[in-house]
Design a protein around this ligand. Structure first.
Ligand code: HEM
Length: 453
């Protein structure tokens, strides 16, 4: 009787068969094809493990907003919590999460993040110089890596006010290694356990120890200064934050976790979105012409202010359309903490759910001709007419990405300043092969050539 109520979907009694099915097409395509075959809520059973893929905007709203108390991050983010992020905002839950979110929210309001505009502009200028040289030599570059270096520099400056080049390089390298290690571990469960002294496990522990020591030293150095001499960056804000009710400061271990979380959540997602924006634009001469016209009219080769950016709505539409077709976080997870029902399907307490913006954003009921790259979808009128949860690149509800304004401002500045001068082309013959690497990546990278306009 209950069976009739279950969402239909994929079932594999054997892990090994599921691994074969998934590795044939990659996890993202596998999920996408299940959606096309079974619909907007798909039950995936592998052995005795059950996972639901959630695609319909109504269900996105149900989990994130209307029935949010029934869903939490319990098992889903445990690996990430244990291996890297500790109890920072992405991985914490309950009262701790609520307190931290309340403390950190003021750092990320549109008004607060304007203070970082000079850093975004400075890094765009630096990249302009680098791209002038690259254009002169005609060498192809891998755009995701290129954007990753750029956004890592930005996060190191906004978080820690780093300026020493070798310190930036070393820290970025260690964090890059850790991100990669954790991603690999999550995507390939059949790996040597952490306690085995393999070279990879040792390198992970050493990189983690170096990063922890580095943040610990930064905190200690600041504590030796009078408060007025603290640099005006996110680390200082974390150190100076006080709970409204109790007056308590954030303990050092949690400051470390929040700093690591901002680094982790903030730079890779933004880098990937920017890289995919370049890649998409290179195949869209009409969109590119409209983008260039807007930039030439407002910014030229100058440096934007908040006012100039407001006069460049189309550039922002290009970024939103990029996040629709190429959501940097193509999947995010929740666990049911109470029994529930979604669209008539009973969801048992303890069930895992994966919300899949990658599929919601390609849903033909909500997006005409969904595979076409068309920034006109994001005019204010068309945005207002759409289901409010058909677009959820930053998740939704109370756990919506705290850095969404930060990343949109950062990308707005970088895309407009670089597109003012350059029109990167795709490397002939190169094809993206989208895949989930924790965030959205491409198995073949994103090879492009920097070309002046
Ligand atoms: C294009 C860029 C970005 C995308 C697509 C993105 C996407 C997301 C998504 C989907 C979540 C929800 C994850 C979940 O609940 O499972 C999230 C959470 C979060 N993001 Fe972002 N993010 C971006 C940029 C940033 C930046 C720049 C920062 C910080 C400077 C940041 C910091 C965070 C934090 C701290 C959370 C956890 C919020 C909470 O649970 O209270 N993100 N992000």
């Amino acid at each position: 009787m209950a069976l009739q109520n279950l969402a239909v979907g994929y079932r594999s009694p054997l892990l090994i068969k599921a691994i074969r099915d998934i590795s044939r097409k990659g996890l993202l395509q596998f999920f996408h094809d299940l959606w096309r075959e079974y619909g907007d809520l798909v039950r995936v059973q592998i052995g005795s493990n059950v996972l639901y893929l959630v695609i319909h905007p109504d269900y996105v709203q149900h989990i994130n907003v209307t029935q949010r108390a029934k869903y939490a991050k319990t098992d889903t983010y445990e690996g990430l919590r244990r291996l890297l992020l500790g109890n920072g905002l992405v991985t914490s839950e309950g009262a701790l999460w609520r307190r931290q979110r309340r403390l950190l929210a003021p750092f990320f309001t549109p008004r607060s993040i304007e203070q970082f505009l000079p850093i975004f502009i400075d890094e765009a200028q630096r990249t302009r110089k680098r791209w002038e040289q690259l254009a002169a030599h005609g060498e192809p570059i891998e755009m995701i890596g290129e954007m990753m270096t750029l956004t890592a520099r930005i996060v190191l400056r906004t978080l820690f006010s780093l300026s020493d080049e070798s310190e930036m390089r070393d820290t970025a390298q260690d964090v890059g290694y850790l991100l990669n290690f954790v991603t690999q571990l999550q995507l390939q469960p059949l790996q040597a356990p952490l306690w085995l002294p393999t070279a990879r496990n040792r390198a992970y522990r050493q990189a983690l120890a170096r990063v922890n020591a580095f943040i610990g030293q930064l905190i200690a150095k600041r504590r030796a200064l009078p408060v007025e001499a603290y640099p005006n960056d996110l680390l200082s804000k974390l150190m100076l934050a006080r709970d409204e009710e109790t007056g308590e400061a954030i303990p050092d271990a949690l400051i470390r976790d929040e700093a690591m979380t901002i680094y982790f959540a903030g730079h890779e997602t933004t880098a990937r979105a920017l890289a995919f924006a370049w890649y998409a634009l290179a195949a869209e001469p009409e969109v590119t012409a409209k983008l260039h016209a807007e930039i030439d009219r407002t910014l030229g080769l100058g440096e934007p202010t908040v006012e100039t950016l407001k006069q460049m709505p189309y550039t922002l539409q290009v970024l939103k359309e990029t996040l629709r077709l190429y959501p940097s976080a193509p999947i995010y997870g929740r666990d049911a903490v109470e029994d529930d029902e979604i669209g008539g399907v009973p969801i048992k307490r303890g069930a895992s759910l994966s919300l899949v913006p990658f599929c919601t954003h390609r849903h033909p009921e909500f997006w005409d001709d969904p595979l076409r790259f068309d920034p006109e979808r994001f005019t204010p009128e068309r945005e207002a007419a759409r289901h409010p949860y058909a677009f959820h690149p930053f998740a939704a509800g109370q756990r919506i990405c705290i850095g969404n304004n930060f990343s949109l401002l950062e990308m707005h500045v970088l895309l407009s300043m670089l597109a003012a001068q350059f029109a990167p082309r795709r490397q002939p013959g190169h094809q993206l092969e989208l895949e989930l690497f924790g965030t959205l990546g491409s198995r073949t990278g994103a090879w492009m050539q920097i070309v002046p306009r």
